[in-house]
Design a protein around this ligand. Structure first.
Ligand code: C5P
Length: 231
């Protein structure tokens, strides 16, 4: 069987600053999106036959030309993203082919440096029967819940908390059902949409390298990571 990957890359990246949308910011001479696509392609166990990328409206053609050299013989479809992440994923999901795909990955362009073994763990768990799978890493900060005034309500036991990354992996019909149920402003990932329709989400080990480029200092970390990999 084969997998398809949906890549939401339509965010403006306001927290990162600058004029260029986040997925097109460059690290080591290539955009975050190119790094993300290359990383996915290198994870051979993912058997990726189709890449669907959601980009800022108007940039579909340019991005299509930029990514074509990196997808090999896989199919590449570039669509206009939406105003929020779930809308971008939905637009991409709508054009993922149905036949022959047993796993759909959803991967943030901003997590450009996820290593192949983390991707492969996600795909393996879906193929082993999980309906929804997320890669996770331990939380290092103490996390507190706060109320509307900013005062602390309580402190969840840190040993029960994990930080969630992408790619997240799904049985295709489950992801489609989750998106058909709709999203609201509180939705921050696709696994959460699956939880809402009663699907059990399984965790696998993620990677510190799969951090999300969000703030300017993350670009420095990304440059350092890339330099280390190129040694
Ligand atoms: O903003 P945040 O870092 O949470 O975005 C995660 C991913 O979702 C990024 O790759 C971003 O490009 C994508 N996104 C999108 N469409 C939006 C907002 C975010 O594809 N409207």
């Amino acid at each position: 069987m084969s997998s398809a990957v949906v890549i939401p890359a339509a965010g403006l990246g306001l927290r990162l600053g600058g004029e260029t949308p986040k997925a097109f910011r460059e690290v080591g001479g290539d955009s975050l999106l190119v790094h993300a696509v290359r990383g996915l392609k290198a994870a051979t166990a993912a058997d990726l036959v189709c890449f669907v990328v959601a980009v800022p409206p108007g940039s579909e053609e340019t991005v299509g030309k930029e990514l074509t050299p990196y997808v090999g013989d896989a199919r590449l479809i570039v669509v206009a993203g939406g105003a929020e992440r779930p809308a971008s994923v939905r637009a991409a999901l709508d054009v993922v082919p149905i036949d022959g795909i047993d796993c759909i990955l959803v991967h943030d362009a901003a997590r450009a440096f996820v290593p192949a073994d983390a991707i492969e763990r996600v795909v393996a768990a879906v193929r082993a029967g999980a309906e929804a799978v997320v890669p996770v890493v331990p939380v290092t900060d103490t996390i507190k819940r706060v109320g509307p005034t900013g005062d602390v309500v309580d402190t969840p036991d840190r040993s029960t908390l994990v930080a969630v990354q992408t790619p997240q992996g799904f049985a295709p019909d489950v992801l489609r059902r989750a998106h058909a149920a709709g999203a609201d402003a509180a939705v921050t990932d696709d696994a959460m949409m699956c939880e809402r329709i009663g699907v059990t989400v399984r965790t696998v080990e993620g990677s510190p390298d799969a951090f999300k480029v969000t703030r300017p200092q993350d670009l420095l970390l990304a440059e350092a990571l890339l330099a280390e990999r190129r040694i």
